[in-house]
Design a protein around this ligand. Sequence first.
Ligand SMILES: *Cc1c(COP(=O)(O)O)cnc(C)c1O
Length: 469
Amino acid sequence: MTEMGRLVLDRVVDRIEHLADRPATSLLTPEAEAELVSSFLASPPARGGDLNTLLARLDEAADCALETAGPGHLAYIPGSGLYSAALAEFYNRAVNRYGGVTSVAPVFAALEQGVIRWMARAVCGFAEGSGGLLTSGGSMATFTATVAARHHKLGEDLAGGTVYTTAFAHHSVAKAARLAGIRTAHIRTVPHTPDLRMDPTAAAEMIRADRAAGLRPFLLVATAGTTDTGTVDPLPRLAALARREDLWLHIDAAYGGFFRLTARGEQRLAGLHDADSITLDPHKTLFLPFGTGALVVRDIAALHAAHSATGSYLQDSDTAGIVPDAGHLGPELTREIRGLRAWLPLHLHGVDAFRETLDEKLDLAEQVHDVLRGVEELDVPQPPDLSTVIFRHRPADDSPAAAEAADAASRRLLERINGHRRIVLSSTIIDGRYTLRVCVVSHRTHQDRIDEALKIIIAEARADTAVNA
Ligand SMILES: *Cc1c(COP(=O)(O)O)cnc(C)c1O
């Protein structure tokens, strides 16, 4: 076992030590990639093979990917993956404790609930009586919250149940509503103000009109850090609206939530604690490996009421303890203990290490914004609420033709920037305009990579303008 472990450890440490030099995107040709893909689709052999040979194959497979763990990953809200969390997971998977019912492994269940309570109370500002569930990701957290909201506000009759969110909500919000039995036609897109935030006045009007038409508005989903731009909806006004109209307020803080650990984040996320439920994604802004989301709720009883179930095979489990059964707070019964991968890093590095790292991301994003705003060729529509900066080529004039030309130039710009393989950015559409995003979330992205990123972006923006002049 030790020898096998060493083989794995050596490869992993070597990979992590060289992350800064690794290309941000795969170097394989499409043909080589296709060959590798088909070789991994093959069935396993009857007789076993050699571990080192198999690990070499895994390295080859891992190389054929966006380097999401590296410092140049500025594309999607990354999951950089703390090494300490990987060690926690190795321990966790090897001891393999059951995470569905508390009485089977009560102290590990308490460890996990301790992590959740820290998220609910210290991170989100909820009071006693709050709690939640570690999930596989943000989508599952939002789905679980939607089911709780539906149960609490609609009961068993789902007819007319109506949900309100914006065009910038993550698609998992509408998906959760559909999975929870809400008709697609009753998932409303509330207009946004020019700064891309939900318009509370428009939301209030929609809710009133829908209620007058016989529908049953029950859930308002605000976003604290949109995936596109990191924008935070006006939470205090939306909380007041939800209270006035008796709607459940869910805040999708999958990206933004953990920034509340910082002073700037606390200010920008004011009102977060007025939610009924909040989605967090520790595999984003707590730098944990993929597969860790969190749902925190103001009242743990509401979550339990919507998800508790039983079977005679569970009659030996004691469910009256102080730590609730995870299996009765969400859709899953058998699940791994997800708390260790957060518990070990939080205890090993301390909360301040996370606070400082998140502060560093806010600083770097502010710098990206300030520098790009001074580049004549670029249009930088707004300062970042969090750690995502958006920009695009500036159109020559206000005509639709100029906008189209600028969109085409922005599309080329993304390709040229990513072609360096030192950083990888992504794009989105904001109010019809093709827009590039720099999203700084990895704990491995520091000043040096951002300086390099800015040099590449500016040089490529100018080169394209020169070619087209
Ligand atoms: C990433 C993200 C989600 C989805 O979370 P998954 O962990 O990918 O399921 C939801 N909302 C926002 C704002 C996100 O950034």
